[in-house]
Design a protein around this ligand. Structure first.
Ligand code: ZN
Length: 292
C-alpha cells in the first residue's frame, strides 16, 4: 500500500488540484500527497497529477527521515510558530535502518511533520547508504529548491560519523549554488524552472560537534520537539518492541539528546538550545538587541 501524506495547504493551491481517482475527492482545505518510493516518482508532497508548490521561507534538508527532528526540530517549530513557512526534504527513505520498514518510516515522517508544523515534506528517494553527488541527484534537489524558493537552507555539517551525512552536505551545498545558475536547466511538470539561490545556508549538528556560529533558544519548543522525535516510534525506545535494540533505541539515547540541548542552552543562558554553523559571518543589525 502506498502511504499517503496529508498536510493542510493554502486555498490557492487547493484549487489547482484535481481529484485523484485512487483517493477520491480532496477534503476541503487539505491535499493528499503521494509518497512514491521509486524514481521517477520521487517525491513526498507531490500528487501523481499535479505537484504542490508552497513558497517557503526555510527549507531543511536531511539525509534520513528523523535527522531534522533529532538535530534542529526545535528551530523548525519555533520558525513555524513565528509564522515562517518551513519545509523538509528527506534525501532517502531511511530503508537501511535496523528497525522498522520503509513504509513505517514514511508514516512516522508524516506524523513528525505535523507535530513540527511544516508546510511540505518531500522525499527524493535516493538510496539510503548511497547518497552520491551525481548530476541526477543534484538535479532532483535543485528541482525541489526552485519549486519552493526558500530564502534559507538548513543542511548537515560537512563532516560527521555517518557517511550519508557528509555526502548529503556536499550534495546540498552544490545544489544550493547551482540552483542560482540560469543555464543549469531543470523542469518541473515539463515547465522550465527559474533559477533561485537561497541567500544562505546553515548546518545543524548531528553526531560530531563543532563550534557553533549561533545557538537558537528552543526552551519553549522542547516538549513539542521531543514529541516529533518520538513520532519515529520504530527507531527510538519502545519497551513493547520485539525488534533488535540499536544505539538509537536505548532509553539513554533520548537522554543524550536532552543533555546536548541543555548544554548548548546553558551556553546562551537558556534551558535548551540548538547549535548551528554558518560558513560566513552572521551580521548583527542591532547590537543592543542581542540577548546576552
Ligand atoms: Zn541521518
Amino acid at each position: 500500500m502506498v502511504p499517503i501524506y496529508q498536510f493542510p495547504i493554502e486555498r490557492s493551491t487547493q484549487r489547482r488540484l484535481r481529484p485523484n481517482p485512487t483517493l477520491g475527492e480532496f477534503p476541503k482545505g487539505e491535499a493528499y500527497l503521494r509518497f512514491a518510493s521509486e524514481p521517477p516518482n520521487l517525491y513526498i508532497g507531490i500528487t501523481q497529477f499535479e505537484r504542490i508548490t508552497v513558497k517557503l521561507d526555510v527549507l531543511a534538508i536531511a539525509a534520513h527521515p528523523d535527522d531534522i527532528e533529532l538535530s534542529c526540530g526545535g528551530t523548525i517549530i519555533k520558525l513555524a510558530k513565528q509564522g515562517r513557512k518551513v519545509g523538509i526534504v528527506d534525501l532517502t527513505e531511511g530503508e537501511l535502518g535496523t528497525r522498522g520498514t520503509r513504509e513505517i518510516r514514511a508514516k512516522e515522517a508524516l506524523n513528525a511533520a505535523r507535530i513540527l508544523g511544516v508546510s511540505v515534506r518531500e522525499n527524493l528517494g535516493i538510496p539510503d547508504g548511497n547518497i552520491e553527488n551525481t548530476v541526477e541527484n543534484r538535479a532532483r534537489l535543485i528541482r525541489s529548491i526552485r519549486r519552493h524558493k526558500p530564502e534559507v537552507l538548513l543542511l548537515p555539517f560537512h563532516t560527521d560519523r555517518h557517511p550519508d551525512h557528509v555526502n548529503a552536505h556536499t550534495l546540498c551545498r552544490e545544489a544550493w549554488f547551482f540552483s542560482g545558475i540560469d543555464k543549469m536547466e531543470t523542469h518541473d511538470n515539463d515547465i522550465k524552472q527559474a533559477a533561485h539561490r537561497p541567500r544562505n545556508y546553515y548546518s545543524y549538528m548531528q553526531w560530531f560537534e563543532f563550534v557553533p556560529s549561533f545557538i537558537v533558544d528552543v526552551s519553549d519548543e522542547y516538549e513539542q520537539r521531543l514529541n516529533a522525535v518520538k513520532a519515529f516510534k520504530s527507531q527510538f525506545h519502545d519497551p513493547s518492541s520485539t525488534e533488535k535494540e540499536t544505539v538509537l533505541s536505548t532509553p539513554e539515547f533520548l537522554e543524550l539528546i536532552r543533555t546536548r540541548l541543555e548544554y548548548y542552552g546553558d551556553r546562551i543562558g537558556k534551558k535548551y538550545g540548538e547549535p548551528f554553523f554558518s560558513p560566513s559571518y552572521v551580521p548583527v543589525v542591532d547590537l543592543y538587541s542581542l540577548d546576552l
